[in-house]
Design a protein around this ligand. Sequence first.
Ligand code: CU
Length: 169
Amino acid sequence: MTNFNAQTKTALIVSAALLTLSTPALAAGSHEGGHGAAAEMMAVGMPGEIKDVRKTVKITMKETPDNAMIFDPAEVSFKKGQTIRFIIKNAGEFEHEFVLDDHDSVMEHKDLMERFPEMEHDDPNAVRLQPGEVGQIVWTFANDGSFEFACLIPGHYELGMHGDVTITQ
Ligand SMILES: [Cu+2]
C-alpha cells in the first residue's frame, strides 16, 4: 500500500514535469504535441512568463451600493502575442474569483459551478480571492478575438461580474 502510494505520487510529479516541459513547444506553435488535454493551448492563450510581461493591469472586484457585483475596469484590450500581468484585488465583502477564458468555456464552467458549488479549481487562468486579498495571473494572449473574464461563483455573473477582453491582431 505504501509502495503503491509512493509510486502514484512519483507518477504525478513526473506528469507535472512533462506538462511544464511541453509549454515551450506549444509557445513555438506546435499545436499537435499530443501531451493530453491539460497541456493544450486554450483559445484565450496560455500562462505567460513574468520576464515577458509587456503590461500590468489592475482589476478590482467589488460589490456596489446598488447590489451589483463588478470588475473595474470591465473592458480591456491587448495585442495578440502580448503577455499581460493581471493584478486582481478583491475589494468587496464577499469571496470572488477571476476566470479568464473564451465565452463558451466560461458558460460551461459557470454551469458546472452551479451544479457543484463547492468545486475547487486550480487552473492557471483563474484566481479565487477572499475579501481583501490580492492575486496575480500572468497570461499570454496567443490568439486575436473576443474573450471574457468572469466570476463564476453562483449568482455573481448575473449580478454583473464579467468583463470583455479584446485581442487585436
Ligand atoms: Cu464574485
